[in-house]
Structure formats: structure tokens, C-alpha cells
Design a protein around this ligand. Structure first.
Ligand code: FAD
Length: 325
């Protein structure tokens, strides 16, 4: 029996009360398919939406106090959750304050990133429009250094409030994140970003609006609009030569014949060879088998090794700490 199975109902009720969330908000055995854009994944032990720093601290105390594994999710748009679910606690970041100070904004990490872009443009603040249409939260975007069209959210970070896995709250600058392409030191480390300050500019809102419209149209044309997915499955490859752009994984995958591949309910998207779509009833096993075939095809054809951008969320072997690989 796991620590989770033996957690008495009274403790779940106390967790709900401690988080001031209401027992109905702390959901026991909620399918992760409900919390991820792939719509795949078995039940999580308990799912706790957290709206402020105090609730996040109490969540960590509860998890540590009961020796339960835990992890944190934003919009679940970069996650493949395992069919077996996650035998632990899932903190869902819902911090949503917004303050404007000059050209900078302090925002809760739980803001939907695209809604935030609309909100900044409405206030005459430009910069983020390049990222229009990226799903998920702004906190998730920061931790994964989300980007597109050669830009990344890390370019705008001034500071962030982070709750360390041991319960310490700190304000950190960009150096602490050690940003890389689609990654940061915080990814999978077990720190929770509560809020962040982004430095924007008083630019031309009409021009920014045009960029936004173009980006959204591009996404509508190239991305699956009606099929569940988690965006690009693999990272683009490093540039062939210094100073050049990264090499799109989708191009190699297409040349290696990936577009015709399918495993059970998971298939490679017809318009973009680096996107796996759930065409109905896909399991995490289907997706993992398909991804392995895609990688092998690129290895065989080009001798290149793709690495996953989408994170596989599964119960960790050890019983503590974050749980994405
Ligand atoms: C159709 C589609 C298009 C996409 N296009 C793009 C694109 O153009 N560019 C791009 O970069 N990505 C893209 N993505 C992938 C995804 O949307 C981004 O990676 C997004 O920023 C993830 O945010 P999230 O809140 O959903 O994070 P989640 O998927 O919930 O979590 C991702 C990781 O971040 C961690 N995390 C989330 N929130 C926090 C927090 N507050 N504190 C600490 N850790 C946290 C999680 O623990 C996990 O390790 C796309 C996805 C889809 C479905």
C-alpha cells in the first residue's frame, strides 16, 4: 500500500481546508486526461489548484508531512501523462494577479499566456505578441522557455518569485533559471514559480496587433485545431554551423517518412511531422511507441538523435519530489 492509499480521508479534508480551496476543489483520483491538452493519462492521487503563495506552502507541507510524491502543472500543454496515472499530489498553479508598473508587468504564473498577451496589448504594452497562440500558463512558458519564430519568453524576464521544494520563497533573476532552448534549470526541479515580472515596451499596438493576427493565422494553418496534442513532440536540432538557425525536427521527420506513422490512437499530424495527435482513445503507451519509431526513423536516415520536448509525467520510482522526466 502506498503512502497515498493510506492517507486518511480526514487528511484530505484538512488539505482542502488548509488550501482554502473547498473540498470539491481538491479532487481525489481526477484523471490527468482532464488536465492535459493531449487528453491522455490515468488518475492523479489528488489535484489541488493553488491560488496564492500561502496555499502553495501548505500544499508542500502536506506533501512532505505525508511523504507523498508531488508535481506541479500549469496548463498541461507540454505533458504526456502516463496511463497508470500519478500516485501523488498535483499542484495546479492558479496564481492570477496582474500589476502594471511603467513598462513592466508583475503577473501570477497561473495566467493563461495567450490571454495575458491580449491583456498587455490592451494596455499598450508590446513585446509578447510573437508568442500569440502558445497554449498553457505564463509560468509553464517560463519554466520551459517557450518560444517561436526565433524569440523566447526568457528575453523578457526581470525577476520571478519562486517557492523552493523545501518551502523557502525567493525572488530570483534570469540567471537562476539558466535558460536554454525550451528549457531552464527549474524544469523538473520541484520549484514552483508563483509570479514573474516581465519587461515590456510602450510600442505600436496596431503593429503588434498585426503580428498577433499573423501568428494566430499561421498556427491555424499548421497546427491541429481540433485534435488533442502537446505541440511539437521533439526539440529542434542544434544548428549545423555556428550562427545558423536550429534545424527543425519536423523537416527531418517528414523526410524520414514519419507522416504516415500511427500507433493505436496516436498518429503523426498530417500537416506537421513533429506533432503527435490523439486521434481518439490514444494511450500514453501508443504515444511512446510512436515517438520511439519516429526517433528511430531519423536515426536511421540521418544519424541524428532527437530529444523529447514533451515531458512524460509518471509516478517517480522514489517517493519524493518532482516527477517529470
Ligand atoms: C497546439 C500547441 C502548440 C504549441 N506551440 C508551442 C510553441 O510555439 N512554442 C513552445 O515553446 N511551446 C509550444 N507548445 C507547448 C506548450 O504550450 C508550452 O510548452 C507551454 O509554455 C507549457 O505551459 P503549461 O502551463 O501548459 O505547462 P505544463 O505543460 O503544465 O508544464 C510543463 C512543465 O512546466 C512545469 N511548470 C508549469 N507551471 C509551472 C510553475 N508555475 N512553476 C514551476 N513549474 C511549472 C511543469 O512542472 C512541467 O515540468 C504548444 C503546445 C500545443 C498543444
Amino acid at each position: 500500500m502506498s503512502a497515498l492509499d493510506s492517507t486518511p480521508q480526514a487528511d484530505w479534508r484538512r488539505l482542502a481546508a488548509d488550501l482554502a480551496a473547498g473540498p470539491d476543489l481538491v479532487r481525489v483520483a481526477q484523471p490527468l486526461a482532464d488536465l492535459t491538452t493531449f487528453r491522455i493519462g490515468g488518475p492523479a492521487g489528488a489535484v489541488c489548484p493553488v491560488e496564492n503563495a500561502a496555499a502553495a506552502r501548505r500544499f508542500l507541507e502536506f506533501a512532505h508531512g505525508h511523504g507523498l510524491p508531488w508535481t506541479c502543472l500549469g496548463g498541461g500543454s507540454n505533458i504526456l501523462a502516463d496511463d497508470a496515472g500519478y500516485a501523488g499530489l498535483v499542484l495546479v498553479v492558479r496564481t492570477r494577479q496582474l500589476e502594471v508598473a511603467g513598462d513592466a508587468i508583475r503577473v501570477g504564473a497561473g495566467w493563461d499566456f495567450d490571454t495575458l498577451i491580449v491583456e498587455t496589448l490592451r494596455r499598450g504594452l508590446t513585446g509578447l505578441e510573437f508568442a500569440s497562440g502558445i497554449p498553457g500558463t505564463v509560468g509553464g512558458a517560463l519554466v520551459g522557455n517557450a518560444g517561436c519564430y526565433g524569440r523566447e519568453i526568457s528575453e523578457f524576464l526581470r525577476e520571478a518569485t519562486v517557492l523552493r521544494a523545501d518551502g523557502r520563497q525567493e525572488i530570483v533573476g534570469p540567471d537562476d533559471f539558466a535558460f536554454e532552448y525550451r528549457s531552464s534549470a527549474l524544469k523538473g526541479r520541484g520549484d514552483v514559480v508563483l509570479d514573474l515580472v516581465l519587461a515590456l515596451a510602450r510600442g505600436d499596438p496596431a503593429a503588434a496587433g498585426e503580428v498577433r493576427a499573423a501568428r494566430l493565422a499561421d498556427r491555424r494553418a499548421k497546427h491541429p485545431c481540433n485534435l488533442p496534442c502537446a505541440g511539437s513532440y521533439f526539440k529542434n536540432l542544434p544548428p549545423a554551423r555556428a550562427g545558423e538557425h536550429r534545424r527543425p525536427a519536423g523537416r527531418l521527420l517528414e523526410a524520414a517518412g514519419a507522416k504516415s506513422m500511427r500507433e493505436g490512437g496516436a498518429a503523426v499530424f498530417a500537416k506537421h511531422a513533429n506533432i503527435i495527435v490523439n486521434i481518439g482513445g490514444a494511450t500514453s503507451g501508443d504515444v511512446l511507441r510512436l515517438a520511439a519509431r519516429m526517433k528511430q526513423a531519423v536515426r536511421d536516415r540521418f544519424g541524428e538523435e532527437l530529444s523529447e520536448e514533451v515531458l512524460h509525467l509518471a509516478t517517480p520510482a522514489a517517493s519524493q519530489g518532482p516527477a517529470v522526466d
